[in-house]
Design a protein around this ligand. Structure first.
Ligand code: FAD
Length: 299
């Protein structure tokens, strides 16, 4: 796929990373963060507590992202298993690290996705409560989650949109969506969001597909469907990693290009802590890293 009008600022971007769980993953994260910095994201974000990790790896990754890599960094924060005092302490610890942007979440039950979420008896029950607290504390930009295909625990899309409205009314500045692959679904969701009077930007979460088989394994738990056209696009490339990567970059770039045509100009990329695929998507869209953009401008 080729881009129609390559410009550096046709759309805005942010990148999501997760804290590394091993020395090897540590190296991979910092290589990815430094590589992707060259594409000038508005901000990056670091997940919190996902997959049973504790807060320490998030603190360490956020600290390094700000102080060494020099990226504007949002920390995710969940309410899972924390009483109010602990949550306040984490907020102040993040502030001390220089964090000025928090992605405020309820989080998944520590007993496992699919089990009933039980809030800490002295803690915050959901993301909307956490947003209120962050707003009252002050000094933070606040992002929240949104689910174009509804959260698996939500009775229906209306209940989901009602929760987003509460989060916006309580002070959220923007929503970042769960990943999805059907832009019609996203557009219908956005229409429902607008009909509900929600004014904050809802930024699509884009997941370039590193591995379709693995993606299918966890997409269901996230409430994201994997349309059958993706099977057709990736068919025959199982043992051809280079061609598969090209298809993956084309698929994500086509999704973004179509969303741009529908009027969306800001995207949150799930990088999975790897730069090459996200970089290929961006370059397909005409978004070049600084050195290539400068060389192009000088030529
Ligand atoms: P909320 O916004 O509080 O609720 C989400 C939806 O679930 C609501 O629409 C509501 O209708 C429904 N719901 C919630 N509780 C109930 C209930 N008891 N009964 C019925 N319906 C209910 N997880 C992590 O652990 N760490 C992360 O860093 C992280 N980052 C994320 C970033 C993004 C952009 C997204 C989209 C998700 C992320 N998650 C993360 C996953 C998230 O924690 C889970 O999806 C979690 O189950 C819900 O958290 P939330 O903040 O979306 O919840």
């Amino acid at each position: 796929m080729t881009s129609s009008a390559p410009t550096q600022d046709r759309f805005r971007i942010s990148f999501e990373f997760f804290p590394p769980k091993s020395a090897e993953m540590e190296g991979q994260l910092w290589e990815a963060a430094r590589d992707l910095k060259r594409y000038n994201p508005d901000f990056v974000s670091v997940t919190y507590g996902a997959g049973g990790t504790t807060k320490a790896p998030t603190f360490a990754a956020v600290d390094k992202m700000i102080s060494e890599v020099g990226l504007s960094t949002a920390s995710h924060l969940t309410c899972v298993d924390a009483d109010r005092q602990e949550t306040h302490q984490v907020i102040e610890d993040l502030r001390a690290l220089g964090v000025r942007h928090i992605v405020a979440l309820r989080g998944d039950p520590s007993s496992g996705i699919g089990t009933a979420y039980v809030p800490h008896p002295d803690g915050y029950a959901n993301a909307a409560e956490l947003v209120s607290v962050l707003k009252a504390d002050g000094g933070f930009e606040i992002s929240v989650s949104a689910y174009p295909e509804k959260h698996p625990e939500s009775a229906d899309v209306a209940a989901d949109v009602a929760m987003l409205k509460l989060k916006a009314d309580n002070g959220a500045d923007r929503a970042l969506t769960q990943f999805f692959f059907d832009n019609d679904v996203f557009e219908r969701y956005l229409n429902a969001v607008h009909r509900a009077g929600i004014k904050i930007p809802v930024i699509p979460g884009i997941m370039p597909i590193q591995n379709l088989t693995q993606l299918k394994r966890f997409a269901g738990r996230c409430g994201s469907s994997v349309p059958s056209f993706l099977d057709a696009r990736f068919a025959g490339y199982d043992d051809k990693p280079e061609e598969r990567a090209k298809v993956a970059a084309d698929v994500a770039a086509e999704q973004v290009e179509d969303l741009i045509r529908r009027g969306i100009h800001e995207f949150h990329f799930y990088t999975m802590n790897r730069a090459p695929l996200t970089a290929a998507v961006l370059e397909n869209l005409g978004r070049l890293p600084n050195e290539k953009a400068q060389a192009g401008a000088a030529a």
